[in-house]
Design a protein around this ligand. Structure first.
Ligand SMILES: NC(=O)c1ccc[n+]([C@@H]2O[C@H](COP(=O)([O-])OP(=O)(O)OC[C@H]3O[C@@H](n4cnc5c(N)ncnc54)[C@H](O)[C@@H]3O)[C@@H](O)[C@H]2O)c1
Ligand SMILES: [Zn+2]
Length: 369
């Protein structure tokens, strides 16, 4: 068993101060158009010493497609930065990772890659994953490579306060899904369990607060930490069936990533819990998080965990199914076998604790229509 922490993490209101350590560097910032015009970007630029030259690439769209990565690589090669900063949601950070990856293949020498998340969701700031979309094939590809770990992550809670409640809810449920999948994944260890369990506790306690009042800096900071902790857990333990299917729903229907996960989560937990050892592991978490009385049986403890997940989704006004999201049931029914076949090939499926067939995935998808 190997557990490594590769990314240096600065958390809290003062974390931007880290940027003061740079002098006379070419800095290239990757973000989306929303961030380009935001107060957060102004604060970020002010935190970079004036001896540095700063340029921006801001063409990122949600679920970044291959064409955006290619354009970014060209821009990166022309700029020749020593420092790259990916700032934004998972889409911007993942895009920056992929651009660096392909530019390095062609000889670019980047000294430092800094990730600054502005959503509390993907954990991309500490993972070796980057999810890139192919809009023609309607597929999202999770790439995994050790070189994709950011060198530094800056968790700046004041950068998240502007996130609207719907995005807070979706991204927060992504955190919970990462932690729950890592908790039972085949690569789970005492080390990843510690990160995953703490992340679940923080989400249950602080996500409703962050959703109700986006300006609540304590809740924002705790959710930011929860997201990074879950990222550290799943980057080493692995993910599972939930993400394998959610990636297909994102590719086919442009469903926000966290929302796709949230729809599936109770169904996937129920499916995985049919296996005795997985059920025991979920029951342990349910007890550790104080969701279940100590005397409850394993089955009951899992039910308490499921109740907590469903109550959280309801409290955040997350839709229960695709119909409630106005997604054409016929389109989903027609795509069932394509989605199921692609989910089985998704890189995250391999670490699910139990195996699943195309038929099982079809049943899970029927449950969210
Ligand atoms: N690399 C990984 O480990 C990993 C893990 C899970 C998901 N992902 C991928 O990450 C992407 C999703 O990332 P995401 O959920 O963070 O969403 P996102 O990056 O797509 O952003 C969602 C929306 O929120 C807006 N936004 C971001 N920060 C904001 C702020 N501070 N204030 C107001 N609005 C803000 C963005 O402009 C965008 O419109 C998907 O492509 C998903 O597949 C990656
Ligand atoms: Zn995710």
């Amino acid at each position: 068993m190997l557990f490594t922490v590769r990314t240096r993490i600065y958390s809290g209101k003062e974390s931007l101060g880290y940027l003061n350590t740079f002098a006379n560097k070419k800095v290239w910032i990757v973000c989306d158009p929303f961030l380009r015009d935001s107060d957060a970007l102004r604060q970020l630029q002010q935190a970079i010493p004036q001896t540095c030259t700063v340029s921006l690439f801001f063409d990122i769209i949600p679920d970044p497609p291959i064409a955006t990565i290619a354009a970014g690589v060209v821009n990166l090669q022309a700029t020749e930065p020593e420092v790259v900063i990916g700032v934004g949601g998972g889409s911007a950070i993942d895009a920056a990772k992929a651009m660096i990856y392909f530019a390095r293949m062609q000889g670019a020498s980047i000294e430092t890659f800094i990730a600054i998340p502005t959503t509390s969701g993907t954990g991309s700031e500490v993972t070796h994953a980057s999810v890139i979309s192919d809009p023609q094939k309607k597929i999202k590809y999770p790439l995994f490579d050790v070189s994709l770990y950011p060198d530094v992550a800056l968790l700046v809670p004041q950068f998240v306060v502007s996130v609207p409640p719907g995005v807070t809810a979706n991204t927060g449920m992504d955190v919970l899904t990462h932690a729950l999948e890592a908790w039972v994944a085949t690569g789970a260890s005492d080390f990843t369990d510690a990160f995953a369990a703490k992340s679940v506790r923080l989400v249950l306690q602080y996500l409703p607060r962050a959703w109700r009042d986006g300006q609540d800096l304590v809740a924002r900071e705790k959710m930011h930490n929860a997201s990074t902790l879950a990222g550290m857990a799943f980057s080493q333990a692995g993910l599972g069936l939930n993400h394998a299917i959610a990636h297909q729903l994102g590719g086919q229907f442009h469903l926000p990533h966290g929302l796709a996960n949230a729809l599936l989560l109770p169904h996937v937990v129920r499916f995985n819990a049919r296996d005795l050892s997985v059920r025991q592991k979920y029951a342990q978490l349910s007890r550790e998080c104080g969701l279940s009385p100590a005397h409850a049986t394993e089955e009951e403890a899992v039910k308490y965990l499921l109740k907590a997940i469903e109550q959280l989704s309801a409290e955040l006004h997350i839709a229960k199914n695709m119909t409630a999201l106005n997604i054409d049931a016929q389109a989903l029914t027609g795509a069932l076998s394509t989605i199921a076949a692609a989910a089985l090939k998704d890189a995250t499926f391999i670490t699910n604790p139990v195996t699943a067939t195309e038929k099982d995935i079809g049943t899970l998808l029927q449950a969210i229509i």
